[in-house]
Design a protein around this ligand. Structure first.
Ligand SMILES: Cc1cc2nc3c(=O)[nH]c(=O)nc-3n(C[C@H](O)[C@H](O)[C@H](O)COP(=O)(O)OP(=O)(O)OC[C@H]3O[C@@H](n4cnc5c(N)ncnc54)[C@H](O)[C@@H]3O)c2cc1C
Length: 395
């Protein structure tokens, strides 16, 4: 075992999923020494790689929640900044929520009202008749009774996005440390000392004034390193099937949703950016942290059942891939937990970032900056670079 001396930073961000990446890029706009510590060999290997890739319009979160506020704000930052500033695959695709019973039809009105309360404009959302649904998507289940259309959603490649965010951050001076598994955090004067270990048992130490805990499913484990038990996390896994490009024509350009059910909020049949079709996710409760990306044959069949409810003629035998990811859910609030630790104000948790975390990522990053600004003066860099050339080397 080898222990090196400490590296000194103003801020250490733990976790390089889309949330840690977004925060790091936002931090890179200020005169700060910033490090990202990621235990995997690459960024975006966990939940940020196992999701639907939808930038949601914002009709789904419960009004008044942090996730509702940050979904709307996040989407606006994607549309006005990220899609222009960062080079990653994305496409505007309308969302169509389908109701197959009268009970589900009543839910569509709830979604509409929620959307308006959350800040969607009336020209972005509409309740559709059965006929309108079939006109837009002739291959959906003929039992459809109504639909809810939202014209302000997008699909993105979340892995590519996370890489671009990290590249942009590193271009602006942030240091990325891969294979840096945070094991302990101690306090030393006005600094935290973060200790990491890699696969060869090599230990590294990082000193920082502020810690941003963006460790996804392990945010509670990281919190416990300073004896913080402010929140509890649980995991709900979702599995997908990827259907061959030959089947892409079975739907037009819509993300087709079922009305929220026991399967969770976001069951979809949707176009993928590379021309495949995406079907899923399922919703399995009580998932162990080490099993958040497992796939199983039982769920494989279940996804087929769901998919055929939406598109009865879908040729499931054309499945060419599977993947899964798990939502990290805050047990106490069922909402994002973005707050300074009760143990130390300079330790900021960004936890319970379930769906719509991808959509909210840009706004979550700004929320963190606002928390930091309450504690320290942040000076904007005059030479911050917005545009991002292709860059693969990282420190
Ligand atoms: C099935 C499913 C579908 C979804 N669909 C959507 C959608 O369509 N739209 C949407 O807006 N949102 C969606 N989401 C939510 C979205 O995927 C998440 O909100 C987002 O990916 C969370 O990112 P994260 O950075 O918090 O977590 P992660 O991506 O899990 O990143 C956390 C990182 O921390 C690292 N880490 C953990 N512990 C340590 C440690 N001790 N030391 C160093 N590093 C550590 C991990 O290795 C990981 O890289 C979906 C989620 C799921 C599961």
């Amino acid at each position: 075992m080898q222990v090196k001396g400490s590296l000194v930073f103003d801020v250490v961000v733990i976790g390089a999923g889309v949330i840690g990446a977004a925060i790091s890029r936002e931090l890179s706009k200020y005169n700060l020494q910033v490090a990202i510590l990621e235990r995997n060999l690459q960024v975006a290997q966990e939940t940020s790689a196992g999701n639907s890739g939808v930038i949601h319009g914002g009709f789904d979160p419960i009004p008044g929640t942090l996730s509702a506020k940050l979904n709307l704000l996040g989407r606006s930052i994607y549309e006005n900044e990220w899609f222009r500033e960062l080079s990653f695959p994305h496409k505007k695709v309308d969302s169509l929520v389908l109701a197959f019973t009268d009970l589900e039809k009543a839910e569509l009105k709830t979604l509409y009202d929620q959307g308006i309360t959350n800040g969607l404009k009336t020209d972005e959302t509409e309740i559709l008749s059965r006929e309108q649904c079939l006109e837009l998507e002739p291959n959906v289940n003929l039992q459809v009774v109504a639909g809810f259309l939202c014209t302000s959603s997008h699909i993105v490649d979340p892995v590519c996005l996370t890489n671009r965010l990290v590249e942009s951050a590193t271009l602006n001076g942030v240091k990325l440390f891969l294979e840096a598994n945070v094991e302990t955090i101690a306090k030393s004067g006005d600094h935290f000392v973060v200790q990491t270990i890699d696969r060869r048992s090599q230990i590294e130490r990082y000193r920082a004034k502020f810690i941003i805990n963006a460790a996804g499913h392990y945010a509670d484990v990281v919190a416990a390193m300073i004896e913080d038990k402010d929140f509890t996390l649980k995991a709900r896994r979702g599995q997908y099937r990827v259907i061959e490009k030959t089947e892409r024509g079975v739907i037009n350009d819509h993300i087709l949703f079922m009305v929220p059910t026991i399967y969770g909020k976001g069951v979809i049949v949707a176009p993928m950016l590379d021309g495949h079709l995406l079907v899923g996710p399922t919703a399995e409760e009580g998932i162990a942290k080490e099993e958040t990306r497992l796939i199983s044959i039982e769920q494989f069949e279940e996804i087929g059942v769901i998919a055929r409810r939406i598109i009865p003629g879908l040729r499931l035998e054309k499945t060419c891939g599977m993947f899964s990811g798990s939502r990290s859910i805050c047990v106490e609030t069922d909402d994002f937990w973005i707050a300074a630790s009760s143990k130390d104000q300079r330790f900021i948790h960004v936890a319970g970032i379930s769906s719509p975390g991808l959509s909210a990522a840009p706004a979550i990053a700004r929320e963190v900056i606002a928390l930091l600004k309450k504690q320290t003066e942040l000076v904007a860099k005059v030479d911050w670079v917005k545009d991002q050339p292709v860059l693969s080397s990282r420190s």
